[in-house]
Design a protein around this ligand. Structure first.
Ligand SMILES: Nc1ncnc2c1ncn2[C@@H]1O[C@H](COP(=O)(O)OP(=O)(O)OP(=O)(O)O)[C@@H](O)[C@H]1O
Ligand SMILES: [Mg+2]
Length: 344
């Protein structure tokens, strides 16, 4: 951990890349990787804000959990702040199937070549202006979009283009691993916050200096900003933070390790049917396939919808467009760990 980059250093690296691209004819590829809730999007937002304030063109998209089955889903989602799309899904698909032999699409390498040519032409035209492209959650990206990534990344050597990618390393994504090893990228691992960074964030969340006891308990969040935020905001909303002479102290003896029981509570507060759906989902893993979940419980996806909505309302699941996910790995882990060993 000795060489871990601080948040301020990660932020500076991203902001620096955005500033440089305005002055230089070329850019670079940056990859933020880290667990759920660790702060990748927060950092990416910092880069996006810098781009906006400097007049660097900004395009962004995030992959969603069920994207793998939809060719070009990620590329087709890339949009600017006004919602204008960089690519047209129909055109991408057409380019992918354009090469035919005897009326049949050739597909494979030939189709890929056509798409990459078309993608590169579009991105290059955009790069008449210094440009930042943010692609998030690549662990879920569809293979067709990923296949175009090396060539797009290579444009950063000749165009004023910064490509900022984010991913969770824990989720298996062999296509992505293969692609990333081919990129000339700056790897920026996003590690848990350091103890003094936890203290600073805690102070910000509490609005005053935390007592030693509160600071000590907050370490139970293991430096994950999402959990830390849930812990502190949870205490605040429960009225359990009190100001004691300019210092915020915690009332009642709950400890942060209880984030897990907080999640268990949330599950327990659901009707029994929905709680069982959440528990079954935890057994399946962090990535949720509604059809598989339905099969496990012998229910159709439609029949699951009430329970799924209840879990979304309880902040256990999250809807991402048409897709569904555990709010983060840690929530899933918390539910999973509470299950009796026999059912895991
Ligand atoms: N350095 C920070 N200071 C203050 N809040 C932060 C910081 N980093 C993250 N947060 C907050 O913590 C929460 C989780 O962060 P974020 O969404 O960036 O995680 P992530 O790594 O993108 O997770 P995921 O893999 O689930 O997308 C958010 O509410 C975010 O605003
Ligand atoms: Mg994120």
């Amino acid at each position: 951990m000795a060489d871990q980059l601080r948040r301020s250093e990660l932020h500076s690296a991203l902001v620096g890349a955005v500033r440089d691209v305005r002055r230089q004819a070329t850019g670079r590829v940056l990859v933020l990787s880290g667990e759920a809730g660790i702060g990748k999007t927060w950092l990416a937002v910092g880069a996006a804000n810098e781009a906006r304030s400097l007049g660097v063109a900004l395009w962004a998209a995030g992959a969603a959990q069920l994207d793998r089955a939809t060719p070009y889903a990620l590329l087709a989602r890339i949009a600017d702040d006004d919602g204008s799309r960089m690519f047209d899904l129909g055109e991408l698909r057409e380019a992918g199937g354009a090469r035919t032999f005897g009326g049949l699409p050739l597909g494979g390498e030939a189709g890929r070549f056509e798409v990459v040519e078309s993608v590169l032409a579009t991105v290059e035209a955009r790069c008449a202006r210094p440009t930042l492209v943010i692609l998030e959650d690549l662990q879920w990206a569809d293979p067709a979009s990923l296949a175009a990534l090396p060539e797009v990344a290579a444009l950063t050597a000749t165009q004023p283009l910064v490509l900022l990618l984010t991913r969770r390393p824990a989720e298996r994504a062999p296509d992505l691993d293969r692609v990333l090893t081919r990129l000339d990228a700056v790897d920026l691992p996003v590690e848990p916050l350091l103890p003094d960074e936890v203290d600073d964030l805690l102070r910000e969340l509490c609005g005053a200096r935390p007592s030693d006891e509160l600071a000590r308990r907050a370490r139970g969040a293991s430096g994950n900003p999402l959990l830390l935020r849930e812990y502190a905001v949870g205490l605040l909303s429960e009225g359990r933070l009190v100001d004691q002479g300019g210092e915020v102290d915690v009332v009642a003896a709950d400890v942060p390790a209880q984030l897990r029981s907080a999640v268990a509570e949330r599950v327990g507060a659901l009707d029994e049917d929905s709680a069982n759906v959440v528990r079954a989902a935890a057994v399946l893993g962090a990535v949720l396939d509604v059809a598989v979940l339905g099969a496990l419980l012998d229910r159709t996806p439609l029949a699951l919808s009430t329970s799924v909505q209840a879990a979304i309302d309880a902040d256990l699941f999250e809807a991402r467009g048409p897709h569904l996910a555990f709010r983060n790995d840690l929530v899933r882990d918390a539910v999973y760990t509470d299950l009796p060993l026999a059912v895991r």
